[in-house]
Design a protein around this ligand. Structure first.
Ligand code: SF4
Length: 444
């Protein structure tokens, strides 16, 4: 049986796209392999949200040239957001002539036809040409090769209309397109029957769900309809845009049985001047008011965020405002990034690009401030009993099991005869840390 290997870069949306690419290849008779050396087809499902993952892909694919010379039948493919960037397919053809296949974020369903071309001895390049009306559709019913586990990805909306000035996503994932309500309900029902205890609803901006469907139903209505789906004990979702987080949604989450009490709300910066230049559509005051309303409605919830330092024009005072916001809001944790100019975005051609050494000083300072807050918050869990959904063996300690609380804290604990993957157990936290809490099972 021929084998395939997919190397995925970037976000959960890309992880899920790789599950669909795997599903299509298995339908064609291929079998998954973890080792590229054993593979008959290798696909790099790429990300271009920052420069680094792009550079990595070019490096990795260039290294495969020798493998291709040894095995001329080996098929090498590049897909995902980097492949979708305007002019990237041409760049790949010039710099990586041993690549056979390039397809974009909205061409995954065309993979069988593209493979026919490659197997007939031709190169196959197919990316979205930027006409959302023509190419922006949603293809339902594609095969999905899900990674066995307790949690399953479910896309609910594709693309983004927000055009934050630093972000390449709207340029490579197109305009917002919501899946039909019933399609999502049916898929989650099936996942409950298949034994997945948790679903993660995916979208660049899940809060915009339904805006384009014009049937009046929105994200809060979808969560309401999914609540108490048989077999599904937890619902998570990402990523939210703070500007579109309504009181209706907060109420729905506060009253829901299954929607977890974890809110990931990318703030990005603490200065209104920078937020405006980022085209984020909210002020720090509005963001903090949203956090206050969420904490009031859902006591004990966790709030995490994304933060960028070194955005063009960011001065010491702007950065001080980001630090102040972090100290006042006290996020449970934060993904912190150094601004990386992306070709084709508004911010990339802005004046006053911040020097690298300043960016790295700021990111170090931000990480140390946030890590201290994360540790302080986790210390309050000491001695508490938390409900944990077991995901399997710990990746860091083979003698321990690991899982997540409803507030998305990672907990590891000793093996227990009655506990296995998928179990919902009560765990007493005995030791706290920044990223992983230690506990012991108190109730199965
Ligand atoms: S909301 Fe902004 S940052 Fe998020 S995907 Fe859309 S454009 Fe990018």
């Amino acid at each position: 049986m021929r084998k395939y290997h997919i190397h995925t870069f970037g976000c959960q949306m890309n992880e899920h796209d790789s599950e669909i690419i795997g599903g299509i290849l298995e339908q064609r008779g291929f079998q998954a392999t973890d080792s590229p050396d054993d593979a008959d087809i290798i696909i790099f499902n790429t990300c271009c949200v920052r420069e680094n993952p792009e550079r990595k892909v070019y490096g990795r694919v260039a290294e495969l040239k020798t493998l291709k010379i040894e095995n001329p039948d080996l098929i090498i493919g590049i897909s995902g957001c980097m492949a979708q960037q305007p002019g990237e397919a041409e760049r790949i053809a010039k710099r990586l002539p041993h690549v056979d296949l390039v397809f974009g974020t909205m061409n995954i369903h065309e993979l069988p036809e593209l493979l026919d071309q490659v197997e007939a001895g031709h190169k196959a390049y197919r990316v979205w040409e930027g006409d959302p009306e023509r190419d922006g559709g949603i293809i339902e019913g594609l095969p999905i090769r899900r990674v066995p586990g307790v949690s399953a990805w479910v896309s609910i909306i594709y693309g983004c209309n927000n055009f934050c000035s630093y972000c390449i996503v709207p340029h490579v994932r197109g305009r917002e397109r919501s899946r039909r309500f019933e399609e999502i309900i049916d898929e989650v029902k099936r996942l409950g029957q298949e034994g997945f205890g948790e679903v993660v609803l995916l979208g660049q901006n899940v809060n915009a769900y339904g805006r384009d469907l014009k049937d009046g139903r929105d994200f809060a209505d979808l969560l309401h309809a999914l609540d108490e789906t048989p077999g599904i004990s937890r619902i998570r979702y990402l990523t939210s845009h703070p500007r579109d987080f309504t009181d209706k949604l907060i109420c729905e989450i506060a009253s829901s049985e299954t929607v977890c009490e974890h809110f990931h709300l990318p703030l990005q910066a603490g200065s209104n001047r920078v937020l405006a230049r980022m085209n984020r559509g909210y002020t720090i005051e509005r963001y903090m008011d949203l956090v206050r309303r969420i904490r009031q409605a859902v006591p004990g919830c966790s709030i995490t965020t994304d933060l960028i330092v070194g955005f063009p024009g960011e001065d010491d005072d702007d950065f001080a405002k980001t630090l102040r916001a972090v100290e006042e809001i006290r996020f449970d944790s934060a993904f912190t990034f150094v601004y990386s100019p992306r070709r084709g975005t508004v911010a990339a051609s802005m004046p006053n690009q911040v020097p690298c050494e300043v960016k790295s000083q700021r990111i170090q300072q931000l990480i140390s401030v946030q890590t201290e807050i994360t540790e302080q918050i986790n210390r309050t869990l000491q001695g508490e009993v938390q409900e944990v959904l077991v995901e399997g063996m710990s990746k860091t300690n083979p003698s321990m099991l690991s899982g997540r609380t409803r507030t998305n804290k990672l907990v590891i604990f000793p093996l227990h005869p009655e506990v296995s993957k998928g179990s919902l157990v009560k765990v007493k936290i005995t030791e706290t840390r920044a990223w992983t809490q230690i506990g012991e099972v108190v109730l199965v």
